[in-house]
Ligand binder design. Structure first.
Ligand code: SF4
Ligand code: SF4
Length: 231
């Protein structure tokens, strides 16, 4: 069994979706500490539909927060395992946490898992800045492993398919979205104001509610199976 076969097996056995991307030409997607890796493995685990549908009560919000944490922990365990087996075969590798936010005040992570998933052909960046998969919409959490091991992959980024839909734009209580489709040359701020979203989380916290919202994840018609009627 090749190393790539072993990676594929672990991903198939433990995740909902996974993909590979070549990132040599996309070093701007990663923080300075993570530059120099040529390839990436991105893995995703689905948030159960019943959890998403229940984000209408306080108990539902708590369940969503717990599922969010549980899935992130599982993703981080799998990426650590992948890192270990790649290193054991003599290649450099680095797992990247599913949800860590850099302490530089810019509200971004060490790397955009969603951009890697887009390069891997798993979906497109939506107007919500979430990765929208054709199968599950944005109801997936992601994590990544970077490596110098040549995964022999040709990138196949998925084109945006939000079109005239603006359900996430309209539902967002913090008005964080600008109804703009993804263009690789645009900074995130053209589509999305992360500080508005974070400010809303601050308000939730003051009300003793979980510091998480999820309405943009919940409403996307690609995740609810209603895409044909709502777009
Ligand atoms: S999580 Fe809520 S507040 Fe934040 S962008 Fe999505 S809908 Fe808006
Ligand atoms: S809700 Fe509509 S506009 Fe927003 S990401 Fe999903 S498809 Fe795109």
């Amino acid at each position: 069994m090749t190393l790539k076969d072993k990676i594929n097996k672990i991903c198939k056995d433990n995740t909902t979706l996974h993909g590979f991307a070549s990132i040599e030409d996309y070093q701007n997607y990663v923080s300075d500490d993570l530059k120099g890796y040529s390839h990436a493995i991105v893995i995703g685990i689905k948030i159960p539909d019943e959890i998403m549908e229940n984000i209408i009560t306080f108990e539902g919000e708590l369940e969503y927060r717990d599922a969010y944490t549980r899935i992130n922990n599982k993703l981080n365990g799998i990426t650590k395992k992948l890192e270990e087996i790649i290193k054991n075969e003599g290649f450099k590798a680095k797992s990247v946490n599913a949800s860590y936010i850099l302490p530089d005040g810019k509200l971004h992570g060490e790397l955009s898992h969603k951009m890697i998933a887009n390069l891997a052909g798993l979906g497109w960046i939506g107007k919500s800045c979430l990765l929208i998969t054709p199968q599950y919409g944005p109801r997936i959490r992601w994590a990544t492993v970077l490596t110098e091991y040549n995964l022999e992959v040709k990138n196949n980024p998925t084109s945006p398919q939000c079109s005239t839909c603006r359900l996430c734009v309209d539902i967002c209580p913090s008005h964080a979205f600008n109804d703009v489709e993804f263009r690789p040359e645009d900074p995130r701020s053209v589509r999305y104001d992360a500080f508005k979203c974070s400010g809303y989380f601050d308000k939730l916290e003051k009300m003793k509610r979980p510091r998480l919202c999820g309405l943009c994840v919940k409403v996307c018609p690609w995740g609810t199976g209603n895409r044909k009627t709502k777009i």
